[in-house]
Write a protein that binds this ligand. Structure first.
Ligand SMILES: NC(=O)C1=CN([C@@H]2O[C@H](COP(=O)(O)OP(=O)(O)OC[C@H]3O[C@@H](n4cnc5c(N)ncnc54)[C@H](O)[C@@H]3O)[C@@H](O)[C@H]2O)C=CC1
Ligand SMILES: C[N+](C)(C)CC(=O)CC(=O)[O-]
Length: 472
């Protein structure tokens, strides 16, 4: 079991704690704030409902969370120590050497600093890196890594194993890469408000109704390449480049943060969003981010590609009761309905994932389908035996009832985390020629694999009859 220590459990430390914990790491937290445990618990509750919803596979069992009043005790034995104390250099200078003195040799020391360079942090430690994440750390994959090449490489491997996307920054600069970009936008936005040109709400609309959506899936340069049309990037630059030197921007001119500006921004922000608590806003943000990243999974673009790669690297699902486990996933809130349990449609969706996995196991995988052959479902019989709730870990086993010629009949059993059999789904499929859109015999390798499974499962019990409901 790997162990992480989180030093400073605020917005970012809480997110790091959730990211490590939900990927099976034990996590020890040190934060002098008496409210830290409550706040971190609330962030963790939000993370538990959001992160598993990105995946079609269950993440590893959650690690153990502990809070410590002694910093040295929190970091003892940790493989990764993440400093997330407030962004003041004096405080970082106090905390980082104390962490290094208490850590086990060779463990990675990461700093969440948004703007300081490793040389400014003065850790003098070859196992220390800037590991700058993005809020919410439990959903957004990017971590900017700045530091020595060997430590960055080691850190990157660990971050990938918890589903993150390490971007190694080649040269240390103030605010790394992404915050340089964000600062530029923020500065412009502050001027627009101060000059009375737009409100905070209008600026947010200008982002979320257009370029925010574009950036999430292609970033800046690929988006602008398309904006150049068939003539491409050179044409785009020739057309829009000159505008950069017109006085459109106030780039290096920062508005003074006097009370008037702070009150103006804070007042507009209250009017825009003050009717919702921070936790409500976090849940709204998380549901939207999950939906967007799930949309990006299909094409493997951006953050969706990271989730896909992480999911593919999760450990094999193994067996249960002598049957292959073909799906294991946590039930997302979006699968539940007004009755407070998993809606009927998603029993079939879960079983359909299991069928897809079983098809891969017999060689009817993406390449096979690309060659013009697949299986079509012609009948489903679902027995709803018990309720399933948001967050339940579902495990599905698959038994081959028939695997002969064009026919494949599968029995999926949906097991709840507490061991209850929640449903069975019996699925009849026919092998199909995708060009002719007509049933056909499978290729010899698929036919052989299928009949092998059918023979192995032949003596096993099929569907168990459900006990008759008690009469009132
Ligand atoms: N908030 C954001 O959007 C992002 C912040 N960061 C960086 O993460 C770091 C932390 O920022 P936030 O989480 O936003 O701040 P925060 O104010 O939400 O949390 C800081 C936490 O550190 C605790 N703390 C203070 N002194 C401490 C000490 N001596 N030892 C242990 N804990 C101590 C505080 O009680 C507080 O809970 C900063 O370096 C910041 O630049 C990085 C990415 C995004
Ligand atoms: C505002 N900020 C500089 C602390 C932002 C970040 O560092 C990254 C983020 O999550 O936007």
């Amino acid at each position: 079991m790997s162990r992480a220590a989180i030093i400073g459990g605020g917005v970012i430390g809480g997110g790091w704690a959730a990211r490590f914990l939900l990927n099976g790491w034990d996590v020890a937290v040190f934060d002098p704030d008496p409210q830290a445990e409550r706040k971190l618990g609330e962030v963790l509750a939000n993370a538990r409902r959001a992160l598993p919803a990105l995946y079609d596979r269950a993440l590893p069992p959650e690690g153990r969370l502990s809070f410590h009043t002694d910093m040295a005790e929190a970091v003892a034995g940790a493989d990764w120590v993440q400093e997330s104390v407030p962004e003041t250099l004096a405080l970082k200078h106090k905390v980082l050497p104390a962490l290094r003195a208490a850590m086990k040799p060779g463990a990675i020391l990461g700093s969440s600093t948004s703007g300081f360079k490793p040389s400014e942090l003065n850790t003098g430690d070859t196992n220390a890196v800037v590991a700058h994440p993005f809020n919410p750390v439990y959903l957004l994959p990017l971590v900017e890594l700045v530091g020595g090449a060997a430590t960055c490489a080691r850190a990157a491997e660990i971050l990938r194993s918890i589903g993150m996307f390490p971007l190694i920054v080649r040269k240390e600069i103030d605010a790394h890469i992404a915050d340089r970009l964000l600062e530029a936008v923020w500065r412009e936005a502050l001027w627009l408000v101060k000059d009375g040109i737009a409100t905070t709400e209008e600026i947010d609309e200008s982002i979320r109704m257009a370029f925010g959506i574009r950036w999430a899936q292609m970033g800046l340069f690929e988006t602008y390449r398309i904006a150049g049309g068939e003539a491409g990037m050179k044409h785009f630059m020739a057309q829009f480049g000159p505008a950069l030197s017109w006085p459109w921007t106030k780039l290096m001119d920062v508005p003074e943060f006097d009370d008037e500006l702070v009150d103006l921004i804070a007042g507009q922000s209250d009017a825009q969003s003050g009717h919702r608590s921070i936790r409500e806003l976090e849940r709204l943000r998380d549901d939207n981010v999950v939906g967007m990243i799930r949309a990006l999974r299909r094409s493997g673009s951006g953050a969706g590609g990271v989730v896909r790669a992480h999911e593919a690297a999760l450990p094999d699902l193994g067996e249960r009761d002598g049957l292959p486990v073909t799906a294991a996933r946590q039930v997302p809130v979006t699968w539940t309905d007004y009755n407070g349990h998993m809606n009927e449609t998603h029993y079939l969706e879960a079983a359909s994932l299991a069928t897809d996995r079983f098809m891969q196991m017999i060689g009817a995988d993406a390449d096979y389908i690309a060659s013009g052959r697949s299986f079509f479902t012609v009948e489903n019989h679902i027995r709803y035996l018990d309720e399933i709730h948001a967050g339940d870990r579902l495990t599905i086993t698959t038994q081959v009832l028939l695997g002969e010629g064009k026919k494949m009949r599968l029995l999926h059993r949906l097991w709840r985390g507490d061991g209850a059999l929640a449903a069975t789904v019996e699925t009849m499929l026919l092998h199909t020629d995708l060009k002719l859109r007509a049933s056909s015999l499978p290729g010899p390798a698929v036919a052989e694999a299928l009949s092998g499974w059918a023979t192995r499962h032949a003596g096993m019990a099929g569907v168990q009859p459900r006990p008759a409901p008690a009469t009132a």
